[in-house]
Design a protein around this ligand. Structure first.
Ligand code: NAP
Length: 328
């Protein structure tokens, strides 16, 4: 039985990956941080065989102890401060966890190492936010980075640190440059889930308006369930490498509003949407759209869920959840 350790187990991707790996027959271990983490019951109920261990990406000795105890075949480093807006407000903490956290996790892997015949393989959750003010469209593994937020800057540090540990120590360390991926497990602070949840609440008469930032910005949005498969595929390759994972389609937040309100049977959504400068980013990223040709040809990975299906899945989930909560 293969053993996998996931940091960020309580996040959207950690929850998807935990179930994906359990279905593949892995014994899955997750790193949780903080005292009495409120998400423990949820992740445990989704994967009852999951084993949780305490540690923090700010604390190297805790990471070494966890890697020593688990003796994993594969480590998936998904833990991060991942919300771009928050990274502007807590830039130092973001650099500490999203940036230096990668170095610490790689140090733990380097120090514990695994066996000579079975060294630990490492996955780093890199991000399309590293492209920021894009130098090329669509973006590939060869496109240079120009991050536009403390989050993007921290991810660039983590990306190059992963590359450095691959080259300097021969660690099987791969980076997935993942474009935005969403789903019903997405945090409510992220724009896609904020929209589908608010539209569901408007439809149920529980909310009057949604307050938005820049609705003209464009993103390449895929489904998280498809994207965690790509992470696993990267670690099954003979050689470690970097891969862009994206749908190759881009949509504005305006499109997201259109599709979400259509599912609620509302064609003219203008009375329900307000814009507020407070929700604008201090520096916006341009048109993010990924070229995942390398992942298609080398990994055999393809996204399955379309933008429309993704929004429908999220809206229907939120409608059911919000009506149950309100006792409707
Ligand atoms: P997420 O839902 O925000 O989850 C982040 C996880 O990091 C949570 O489990 C959180 O734990 C954990 N964490 C935060 N601080 C930590 C610390 N000090 N020590 C240990 N763990 C800590 O993010 P996600 O959407 O699943 O994304 C997973 C990874 O992929 C992240 O690194 C993200 O930056 C990256 N990524 C995501 C996307 C996307 O579109 N989703 C795209 C590209 C890259 P608590 O909840 O317990 O605080």
């Amino acid at each position: 039985m293969k053993r996998a350790l996931i940091t960020g187990i309580t996040g959207q991707d950690g929850r998807h990956l935990s179930q994906f790996l359990a279905n593949k027959g892995y014994q899955v271990f997750g790193l949780v941080h903080g005292q009495a983490n409120p998400k423990i019951d949820l992740v445990q109920s989704e994967n009852p065989a999951l084993e949780l261990l305490e540690g923090d990406l700010r604390d190297l000795s805790s990471l070494i102890a966890v890697v020593e105890q688990v003796q994993p075949d594969e480590v998936y480093n998904l833990g991060a401060i991942s919300f771009v807006q928050l990274s502007f407000k807590q830039a130092e903490l973001t650099a500490e966890i999203t940036g230096l956290g990668v170095l610490r996790m790689l140090e733990a892997v380097r120090i514990v190492g695994g066996t000579d015949t079975n060294p630990i393989r490492f996955y780093q959750a890199s991000s399309s936010e590293m492209f920021g003010k894009v130098h090329q469209t669509p973006q590939t593994e060869a496109t240079s980075f120009h991050p536009r937020s403390p989050y993007g800057v921290a991810k660039v540090f983590g990306h190059y640190t992963t590359l450095n540990y691959r080259e300097a120590y021969g660690i099987h360390a791969s980076s997935g440059i993942l474009f935005n991926h969403e789903g019903p497990k997405r945090g409510l602070e992220f724009v896609t889930r904020k929209v589908t949840n608010s539209v569901a609440r408007i439809q149920l008469g529980l909310q009057e308006v949604i307050t938005m930032g820049n609705i003209e910005s464009s993103r390449d949005w895929g489904y998280a369930g498809d994207y965690v498969e790509a992470m696993w595929m990267m670690l099954q390759q003979e050689e470690p490498d970097d891969y862009v994972i994206a749908t190759g389609e881009t949509h504005t937040i305006r499109d997201l509003l259109d599709v979400s309100f259509k599912h609620a049977g509302i064609d003219d959504w203008t009375p329900y949407v307000k814009q507020d400068q407070r929700f604008y980013r201090p520096a916006e990223v341009d048109l993010l759209i990924g070229d995942a040709s390398k992942a298609h040809s080398r990994l055999g990975w393809k996204p399955r869920v379309s933008f429309n299906e993704l929004v429908r899945m999220m809206y229907e989930h939120d409608l059911a959840e919000e009506s149950a909560k309100a006792g409707l």
